[in-house]
Design a protein around this ligand. Structure first.
Ligand code: MG
Length: 159
């Protein structure tokens, strides 16, 4: 059995007048994430973990912020492209694990919806997608609510 593991990290700044989208789900909050795309920090960290597992670089290489075609891009669409890329190389996702670091809002109630959305895009059982959430105990940029961060690990299997 051929296995590869990858990890991903991302952080985006919280600002007013932007929607908060995590795992493809819009979450009611007075602040949203700033970015060239929809700034879905969870999905970005998952994509980097998947790419990292096959040593394929990072999302900045495939979807550069300098390219106007990715402005406001739906990160789930980018995720499906990353999934196609690894499948074209003969690999598939075995499972994903992730952590969202956010002081506010409460993330936990939205996790089942995020897992369902990601599972649909990746054509995986939601059981293969773990999403956890933590605060940063008011420490650092995430703790001060200046941004939201996400960490992810992907295990890929050949065949
Ligand atoms: Mg990002």
């Amino acid at each position: 059995m051929n296995l590869r593991i990858g990890n991903g990290y991302d952080i985006h700044q919280l600002v007013s007048d932007r929607p908060l989208i995590l795992g493809g789900v819009q979450i009611p909050h007075e602040l949203g994430l700033l970015g060239h795309s929809d700034a879905d920090v969870l999905t970005h960290s998952l994509m980097d973990a998947i790419l990292g597992a096959l040593n394929l670089g990072d999302i900045g290489h495939y979807f550069p912020p300098s390219d106007p075609q990715w402005k406001g891009a739906d990160s789930l669409m980018l995720l499906s492209k990353v999934n196609e890329l690894i499948q074209s190389r003969g690999w598939r996702i075995n499972n994903l694990d992730s952590v969202i670091v956010a002081e506010r809002p409460k993330i936990k109630p939205h996790i089942p919806a995020m897992r369902d959305r990601l599972a649909k895009v990746l054509q995986l059982d939601p059981d293969c997608i773990s999403i956890k959430a933590t605060t940063n105990e008011k420490l650092g940029p995430t703790g001060r609510e200046e941004g939201i961060a996400a960490y992810a690990v992907a295990l890929l299997i050949q065949g």
